[in-house]
Design a protein around this ligand. Structure first.
Ligand SMILES: [Zn+2]
Length: 357
């Protein structure tokens, strides 16, 4: 296959988005797109390029006092009659247009066209973000080449519709179990009904007042919800056990230990076991590179409510945020599309931020 990422295409973020969308790259099928990206980057004299599996990393080494990461995943969710791309007026439709080949196009365009950025830049094009974490290119690189990820600040070019989304909330799942004693339903006074015992758990959930927290000017809204309930033995048995699964989304001023302590407080007197937890990420907007980024964007940041790969950077002590042209509400939709003006505006913003002083 001839590489569609020609110099003319690389010079235009819109044409580049379209060319990237038209290289099919559903998760675990990123070889072709990674080959094209790697081939382009290896020819750029101001970059040093590396590859691990289907993740490609290129970086400048200009001796600048700080280093920033621009990162985007190369994979998409499965196609849904939305390949290849089509144009309708100011909109480009197709799988990956929003999530997130328009963001990848920013990074690739800048990597090729900006020989003397204000900071040293690490450009990361990684595989398998849309599937389980063990396949994620950032997971693999963190294990094999952790130094590739070292930086003072990271921008993930995920869809945010041109707004800065900083930090992200943590998530925790736990099982609250109520215990009782089995008995024949005909002589139920001999038993203790564990499902009835769940009533108090549900009452506490119903009355729960979720926190709203502002950190670095970003609002985070927490949530605590029952997401599943399980109990019962047979139609004629008083049940001795009931499990209520709860999901807690917590603001990044709490770490998983603090989140667990909070759940134990809410469900005091009940048996509680945490089954899954992912730390959130503080917005970290006081880093100088982050401040200059916000100045270039010129609009206030908002808190990210879902969990994203910014948390991986935060776990390494690297402040990170999301900024991309796509509309996050369209990600993974059949009608996924991106606005051409959002691509042009976002690319101009990043140019402003990274251009030499
Ligand atoms: Zn994405």
């Amino acid at each position: 296959m001839e590489n569609p990422l020609t110099p003319e295409v690389l010079a235009d973020p819109v044409a580049l988005t379209r060319a990237l969308v038209d290289i099919e790259s559903v998760s675990l099928n990123e070889k072709a797109i990674a080959d094209c990206v790697e081939e382009v980057l290896r020819k750029v004299p101001h970059l040093t390029t590396f590859r691990h599996s289907n993740t490609v990393m290129a970086r400048t080494d200009l001796g600048r006092s700080s280093r920033v990461v621009l990162a985007g995943h190369l994979d998409t969710v499965p196609l849904n009659n939305n390949f290849p791309s089509t144009m309708r007026g100011d909109l480009m439709y197709g799988c990956g247009t929003s999530d997130m080949k328009s963001g990848v196009a920013f990074a690739l365009h800048l990597a090729v066209t900006l020989p003397d950025p204000r900071y040293d830049v690490t450009y990361l094009f990684y595989e398998a973000e849309e599937i389980e974490s063990r396949y994620n290119g950032l997971t693999l690189v963190a294990e094999a080449h952790p130094q590739w990820l070292q930086a003072d600040f990271a921008v993930l070019l995920e869809p945010t519709y041109g707004i800065v989304e900083a930090g992200c909330q943590g998530t925790m799942r736990a099982i609250v179990t109520t215990h009782g004693e089995r008995a024949h339903a005909a002589r139920s006074w001999h038993g203790v009904n564990a499902i009835h015992g769940a009533g108090e758990v549900l009452r506490r959930l119903g009355e729960y007042q979720a926190r709203r927290v502002t950190i670095d000017g970003c609002d985070y809204r927490e949530g605590l919800n029952a997401v599943r309930i399980n109990g019962g033995v047979a139609g004629n048995v008083v049940p001795d056990r009931c499990e209520i699964e709860v999901n807690y989304r917590y603001a990044p001023d709490r770490d998983p230990a603090a989140a667990e302590a909070h759940l134990r407080e809410v469900f005091a007197g009940f048996d509680l076991a945490v089954t899954d937890a992912a730390a959130g990420a503080a917005p970290g907007l006081d880093a100088p590179a982050a401040q200059e980024f916000l100045a270039a964007v010129g609009a206030a940041p908002i808190g990210k409510l879902g969990w994203t790969d910014v948390a991986r950077f935060a776990a390494m002590g690297i402040p990170a945020l999301n900024f991309g042209p796509g509309d996050p509400n369209l990600a993974h939709h059949k009608d996924e599309h991106v606005e051409i003006t959002k691509i042009r505006d976002g690319a101009a913003t990043l140019h402003r931020w990274l251009s030499p002083l």
